[in-house]
Design a protein. Structure first.
Length: 112
């Protein structure tokens, strides 16, 4: 397990515990440590980061990160990440007036 994987897995655990601040820190750190050769993993990690931001109420930032993950996942064929973002998309629906959310939801619908 690489340091990037460990950091993101720790962040994922923090999300599950409702500790969004530490989750975001760990996930952001893990994403930064990933080499470009691991783009599939990067897409999944970005989806985790988007979820953490969403849980913190950072809807616009979260939508931007989720969209980035979705575009990357589509480009490289990362079906797991596409499912993650698709599942997370329903949590954005109450926020359709927030910047970036409509674009994300549109992209999710066209990629699904």
């Amino acid at each position: 397990m690489s340091p990037a994987d460990l950091a993101v897995d720790s962040g994922r655990c923090h999300i599950d515990l409702g500790e969004t601040g530490p989750a975001l820190h760990q996930i952001t750190q893990g994403v930064a440590l990933l080499p470009t050769a691991r783009d599939k993993t990067r897409a999944v990690f970005l989806a985790y980061e988007a979820e953490s931001l969403l849980r913190q109420g950072e809807i616009d930032h979260s939508a931007a990160i989720a969209h980035e993950a979705l575009v990357l996942a589509e480009r490289i064929g990362a079906s797991r990440c596409l499912r993650q973002i698709s599942n997370l998309a329903r949590d954005y629906e109450p926020h359709v007036n927030v910047q970036g959310v409509q674009q994300l939801l549109h992209t999710v619908r066209t990629e699904a």
